[in-house]
Design a protein around this ligand. Structure first.
Ligand SMILES: NC(=O)c1ccc[n+]([C@@H]2O[C@H](COP(=O)([O-])OP(=O)(O)OC[C@H]3O[C@@H](n4cnc5c(N)ncnc54)[C@H](OP(=O)(O)O)[C@@H]3O)[C@@H](O)[C@H]2O)c1
Length: 243
């Protein structure tokens, strides 16, 4: 088993997009990063790219919506490292862009919550015993300003006109996971925060103004917060966002 001083991070949905870039930036800080991917081939391809940059990364098969996949991944991390220092709940889906609520398919709503909310909860709950074994556990839930209820009702917000009940409600609910776990863990070294990466160029973000490098900055900052850093917050560009 590697030394307990060596930090270990798990990033879900890390085979591409923001998860891949967050993994790269964490590994560049000398952290061992487990690249969570539901498709083993895609996970291995991502790992090869980062290893070619000299980074310490390994792939781990993880479909976040599959409870047995979560349990298997947790067991592997326990056997290999005995702890987990950083969890980035990044895997997410957006299926209802520009869909009015009256046209939203109930199955799309359920599927979105499966990935963006239930899975994030299940992964965090399953890995918490290993995160408790870290001396500085950090949990980052990748949320979105689209999940901010304040922005949703503010006519002056850039996000006011966005229609996507499933995605927006799932991210608002994810933020509540952050709040509840942060409260429960307040007397431990573990910090739990939500990050909005901003609108960035990925398969999900499309023709966005921001780059993945910019989008990864706040999640990586939250994943590596010092002891006196915040917990139970929601951040974009390293600044607090309204819930
Ligand atoms: N891009 C933006 O502008 C933006 C803005 C705000 C928030 N976000 C959030 O940032 C996170 C990453 O988004 P992205 O833009 O990087 O999207 P992306 O390029 O579509 O990547 C999404 C990642 O999630 C994975 N994933 C989806 N369902 C999964 C499951 N059941 N199990 C394991 N992995 C799963 C995908 O794996 P496959 O390759 O196998 O599909 C992929 O690796 C999401 O939570 C998203 O909501 C993005």
């Amino acid at each position: 088993m590697p030394s307990n001083d060596q930090k270990v991070a798990l990033v879900t949905g890390a085979n591409k997009g923001l998860g891949f870039e967050i993994s790269r930036q964490l590994a560049k800080q000398g952290i061992t990063v487990l690249i969570g991917a539901r498709d083993e081939t895609k996970g291995k391809e991502a790992v090869e790219k980062l290893q070619a940059e000299g980074l310490d990364v390994e792939s781990i098969k993880l479909d976040v919506t599959d409870i047995s996949s979560i349990a298997t991944a947790a067991k592997k991390i326990e056997e290999r490292f005995g702890k987990l220092d950083i969890l980035v709940n990044n895997a997410g889906i957006l299926l209802d862009r520009d869909v009015n609520p009256s046209h939203l398919d109930l199955n799309v709503l359920k599927q979105t919550f499966e990935t963006n909310f239930f899975a994030a909860f299940a992964v965090l709950q399953a890995l918490l015993p290993l995160i408790r074994k870290s001396n500085a556990g950090r949990v980052v839930n990748i949320s979105s300003t689209l999940g901010s209820l304040t922005d949703s009702i503010d006519p002056n917000s850039n996000y006011f006109g966005f229609r996507g009940l499933a995605y927006q409600a799932s991210k608002a609910a994810l933020n509540e996971i952050t709040i509840q776990f942060a409260k429960e863990l307040a007397n431990t070294p573990i910090k739990v925060n939500s990050a909005d990466p901003g609108w960035v160029q990925t398969d999900m973000g499309g023709d966005a103004p921001g780059t993945v490098e910019q989008g990864a900055d706040t999640p990586v900052w939250l994943a590596t917060l010092p002891e006196d850093g915040p917990t139970g917050g929601f951040f974009n560009s390293r600044k607090p966002l309204p819930w």
